[in-house]
Write a protein that binds this ligand. Structure first.
Ligand code: 9WN
Length: 451
C-alpha cells in the first residue's frame, strides 16, 4: 500500500498533498479485486465508476487499473451487456437497495446470459470502458503487452458495444437507448421526469430504501422516484431482462451515453490497430454514430444536445449537463463545438463560485443546488467536459475547469458532488471517482491524445 502512495509522478510539490489524499481514498476503497464508489452508500462494484477509477488508478498502479476493468468485465452477460452493479457476496444483503435478492440475475437473467456464479444487476451504465482500457494501456504499453491486457479485454468490449447497438437501438435511428434512469448514471435528472410520469410507482411498502441510512434526504432522489425505479426493474426482471420481450415503458436516447459510445468505439479502433487487427468497422461505427447523434439529438436553437423520449419521439426541453458532454466527440461539426462552448460558458451553466458545471441548468425550472442530478456539480462530468474542451483545442476553458475541479475536489474531501454555487460538499465523501479523476487531472501525461 505504501508503495502506491510513494510512487513518484511529475507533480508540483503543492499538489502532493492532494495527490496523497486522492491516493488514500482509492487505497481505502479497494476491496482486493475492485474499488467501491463509497464503503457506506455504494458498497459494491459499479460499472461506469470502475471505468473512471481505472483512469485514475493507472497513475498509481497499472496492474490494479487493469484488474479494476477486468473484474467488471468478468461479470459480463453472454448477450454482451456489462451490468451496472456487480455485487460483493461478502456485503450484507440489506447494505444496499436494490440488493441481489431483488435483481435475481442468476435466475431471472439466466436466459439472457447472466453469469451463474455471481449476482449482478440487470441494467447497464454508460460505456466508458473502452476509453478507460485504452488509457490504461497507454499508461504502460509494454506492461500491457506483456500481460496480454488488450487481447483479453478487446473481445469483451466489442461484445458490449454490439449489445448496445443490436439490442438497444429501440428508436431505430442508430443510437443506443437507455431503459431505466439508473442507466445513464444521472438518476433523477429532470430530463427523465416526463417519461417517468408514465410509470406507475411500486407501492411504498414494497421496498425498503437503504440509501437514507447514509445519505441526507435533501441530497437524494425522493420516495416517489424510487417507487418508479422499482417498478421499472420489476417489469424488466419479470421479462427475463429480454429487450425484445418487453415493451419498455421508459426508453430514451441520452447524449452523454451515446457520446461515450462514440469515443469508446474510437478507442476500440485504436486498440485494434495496436494489436494488428482491422479497425475499419469501429471507425465506421463511430462515424455513423456521430452522424446519428447530431441528426437525432442536436438542438441548434438551444445550443446543446437534448434527450429524445422514444415514447413520443420528441426532444425533451430540459438543459442538462448530458447535453454538453458530446463535446468529447472528435470530428463534431465546428459550429456545434462553438455553440456548445457558448452554452457551457453562458448563464445556464456558468457557476463562477466553483468553476464546475451544474448537472442541470442554473436557470432551469427544476434546478435544486443540493439534490443529486438536479443541479449539483459532479466531478466525472467535469472531467468529461475537460476532455472535450481539450479534444477541440479549447485550452483556456479547459484549464479553468481543471483548476476548479482540483480546488473543489480537495476542499470537499473528494465529495460525490457539490453545490455549484457555493462549493458545499454533498452526498458521500471519499468518493472514488472524484479521487481517481483528481489523480488524472494532476497528472502530466494527460496531454496524450485521446483516440
Ligand atoms: C444507482 C455509484 C452510482 C453512480 C451513479 C449515481 C449513483 C446509484 C444510486 O451511484 O447511482 O446506480 O444508488 O443512487 O447516480 O451515477 O454510478 O456511484
Amino acid at each position: 500500500m505504501k508503495s502506491l502512495l510513494d510512487r513518484p509522478v511529475p507533480t508540483a510539490a503543492a499538489s502532493l498533498t492532494v495527490r496523497r489524499g486522492a491516493a488514500r481514498v482509492l487505497i481505502d476503497n479497494w476491496t482486493g479485486t475492485s474499488t467501491v464508489p463509497s464503503h457506506t452508500l455504494y458498497p459494491h462494484q459499479w460499472s461506469w465508476d470502475s471505468a473512471f477509477v481505472a483512469i485514475g488508478l493507472r497513475h498509481l498502479s497499472v496492474r490494479r487499473a487493469q484488474q479494476e476493468l477486468e473484474s467488471l468485465l468478468s461479470a459480463q452477460w453472454a448477450d454482451g451487456r456489462v451490468p451496472h452493479i456487480v455485487f460483493n457476496s461478502a456485503v450484507p444483503d440489506d447494505a444496499y437497495f436494490p440488493s441481489p435478492g431483488f435483481w435475481r440475475s442468476s435466475t431471472a437473467g439466466r436466459a439472457a446470459g447472466a453469469p451463474a456464479g455471481l449476482e449482478t444487476s440487470g441494467i447497464v451504465q454508460p460505456p466508458v470502458h473502452a476509453l478507460a482500457a485504452w488509457l490504461v494501456h497507454r499508461a504502460d504499453p509494454e506492461e500491457s503487452r506483456r500481460r496480454g491486457f488488450l487481447t483479453r479485454v478487446v473481445p469483451r468490449l466489442a461484445a458490449w458495444h454490439d449489445y448496445l447497438l443490436d439490442r438497444r437501438d429501440l428508436g431505430g435511428g442508430g443510437l443506443a437507448a437507455v431503459v431505466h434512469p439508473w442507466e445513464p448514471g444521472m438518476d433523477n435528472s429532470p430530463c427523465w421526469d416526463r417519461a417517468l410520469r408514465r410509470v406507475v410507482p411500486a407501492a411504498p411498502d414494497a421496498f425498503q430504501r437503504a440509501d437514507l441510512d447514509h445519505g441526507h434526504p435533501a441530497d437524494r432522489p425522493t420516495d416517489l422516484d424510487y417507487g418508479r425505479y422499482v417498478r421499472l426493474v420489476t417489469d424488466y426482471r419479470e421479462a427475463g431482462y429480454d429487450d425484445h420481450a418487453l415493451r419498455h415503458t421508459f426508453a430514451v436516447e441520452d447524449p452523454c451515453f451515446n457520446a461515450l459510445l462514440i469515443v469508446s468505439e474510437r478507442a476500440l479502433a485504436a486498440m485494434a490497430e495496436e494489436t494488428g487487427a482491422d479497425a475499419t468497422a469501429h471507425t465506421a461505427r463511430a462515424d455513423a454514430l456521430t452522424r446519428h447523434l447530431v441528426t437525432r439529438l442536436w438542438d441548434e436553437g438551444a445550443g446543446l444536445f437534448r434527450v429524445r423520449d422514444l415514447a413520443t419521439d420528441t426532444l425533451v426541453e430540459e438543459r442538462s449537463v448530458t447535453g454538453l458532454i458530446p463535446l468529447i466527440v472528435p470530428y463534431l461539426p465546428r459550429h456545434i463545438v462553438s455553440r456548445l462552448v457558448e452554452t457551457l460558458t453562458g448563464p445556464h451553466f456558468d457557476a463562477p463560485a466553483t468553476r464546475l458545471v451544474p448537472s442541470y441548468a442554473l436557470t432551469g425550472h427544476a434546478f435544486d443546488a443540493q439534490r443529486y442530478w438536479r443541479g449539483p456539480a459532479w466531478f466525472n462530468t467535469a472531467w468529461l467536459i475537460h476532455l472535450g474542451l481539450r479534444t477541440h483545442g479549447r485550452e483556456q476553458e479547459a484549464e479553468r475547469l481543471r483548476q476548479g475541479f482540483l480546488d473543489e475536489a480537495a476542499h470537499s474531501g473528494f465529495a460525490e458532488y457539490i453545490d455549484p454555487t457555493t462549493g458545499a460538499a454533498r452526498g458521500a465523501r471519499h468518493f472514488s471517482w472524484t479521487a481517481a479523476l483528481t489523480l488524472d487531472l494532476l497528472s502530466a501525461d494527460l496531454k496524450e491524445p485521446t483516440p
